[in-house]
Design a binder for this molecule. Sequence first.
Ligand SMILES: Nc1ncnc2c1ncn2[C@@H]1O[C@H](COP(=O)(O)OP(=O)(O)OP(=O)(O)O)[C@@H](O)[C@H]1O
Ligand SMILES: [Mg+2]
Length: 361
Amino acid sequence: MSSINQHKPNYSQTGPQDQILDALATAVILLDTDLRIVSLNPASETLLQASIERARGLHFDRLANLSQDWQNLLTQVQSENFATVKREMPLVLHSGAQYCVDLIISPLQPAGESPSLLLELNPVDRLNAISEDAQLREAQASMRQVIKGLAHEVKNPLGGIRGAAQLLARELGHGKLNEYTDVIMEEVDRLRTLVDRMLGPRERLLTRLMNIHEVLERVRQLTEAESGGNVVIERDYDPSLPEFKADPDQLTQVILNITRNASQAMSGEGKITLRSRAKRQYTLGGKRHKLVCCLDIVDAGPGIPNEQLHQLFLPMVTSSTKGNGLGLSIAQMIANRHGGLIQCESEPGHTCFTVLLPMET
Ligand SMILES: Nc1ncnc2c1ncn2[C@@H]1O[C@H](COP(=O)(O)OP(=O)(O)OP(=O)(O)O)[C@@H](O)[C@H]1O
Ligand SMILES: [Mg+2]
């Protein structure tokens, strides 16, 4: 059983005169003299979680919780008619979302009135996150090099050991001692599979133009079937997401590795939410993308301890006696090969893995 909650933002094209504002990563907001919203660029629509259609005409405090500091700043700029800059200003939305922004407020003076205001907001959390992304990528790239070298050293002798055990088994005939050669061969095979998994998926992506919801639906069916119906997937898809070029089989593996963990964390029963959204003008791996596909996989399990969060995507990090701690490192590797990234936020009762993928066409 699953439920569907559809969300339809507007991705229509803007005219050439709006191209600069559209492309800005800085959120730009124009308020009239009564602090009502006149205009928002796409970055501020994302930041304030409101489309311009919904926000136009609303007082700014209907979207954001205007603390005394905010109110003082806005009134100060209007009365002094002088621009001001404020670093690391907290911004809290009524939805509960919190940001820390670098803020510039400039007055736009119409004759004889108190000025309307132009606000420029740069979320600093996002800037920090970009440098963390870069560090994570570097750590993973060097880890991958080590694994490659190690895998090569381990796999070669394994072939020799297996061959020798086979010869020995043949010499021994069908006696009781064959149990021992069987154990050697089984363990060699297990090690080889482990090393192959550590090396990760095939390097070459088989990309084609695909609809991400096909992937999510495949994962939904598999996860619900694997749990015997005890895990319910709630779908919160944005059906207006355009198709983009990616490897659907490998992306299925990414989402499946994450949902399997979620299902294991909830002891095989509970609700997992699959959410799809688009983000505009988003930086991934040091590259700005016009449109990025943002997939959230949310579970209500016990959460991931803070000290584990920082190492989550490194191979061999596991709390499970059965797992190898490879699922997430493989998922991250595949996302990276698509030019994307996986992030995680977790607290008890709410764990959210976010897969970000550039929507290349
Ligand atoms: N949704 C989640 N809730 C709680 N803990 C999680 C969640 N997802 C991952 N983890 C933790 O992260 C660890 C690493 O996950 P990962 O998928 O990489 O390895 P694994 O599940 O242990 O083994 P494998 O996937 O190789 O079978 C898990 O063992 C678990 O401790
Ligand atoms: Mg796993």
